[in-house]
Design a protein around this ligand. Structure first.
Ligand SMILES: [Zn+2]
Length: 112
């Protein structure tokens, strides 16, 4: 798990921005990560419609919208200060904590 986080630098609940494709520029919260596939699920992004069959009891028939997985390279961590998705680097604080830092403005991206 540690290795994976080093690789993607993204975590659940991060705010990311889409870098390419039809939803370029949109922002969303990371719902889940699929490191093996290099894919990511972002809230309200890359939605697709899915037809559901009702079972007559708990489930209603109809069309539901769900998030589709996106390739991890299509999103970047959003920096409030820069106002866009940015690359991040790792930095070790004086107390030994490791945080992610914006490569553009040096803003610390993790709450510590
Ligand atoms: Zn920044």
């Amino acid at each position: 798990m540690q290795v994976v986080q080093e690789k993607t630098k993204l975590k659940k609940d991060d705010i990311v921005q889409v870098l390419s494709g039809r939803e370029k520029g949109k922002k969303g919260k990371v719902l889940s990560l699929y490191p093996q596939e290099n894919r990511i699920l972002v809230e309200k992004l890359n939605m697709y419609k899915r037809h559901m069959k009702g079972d007559g009891k708990t489930r209603q028939a109809g069309i539901i919208e769900r998030e589709g997985k996106m390739h991890i390279s299509n999103v970047a961590l959003f920096c409030d200060k820069c106002g866009r998705g940015v690359r991040v680097k790792r930095k070790k604080l004086e107390d030994g904590k490791r945080v992610r830092v914006c490569t553009k403005c040096d803003e610390v991206m993790d709450k510590v």
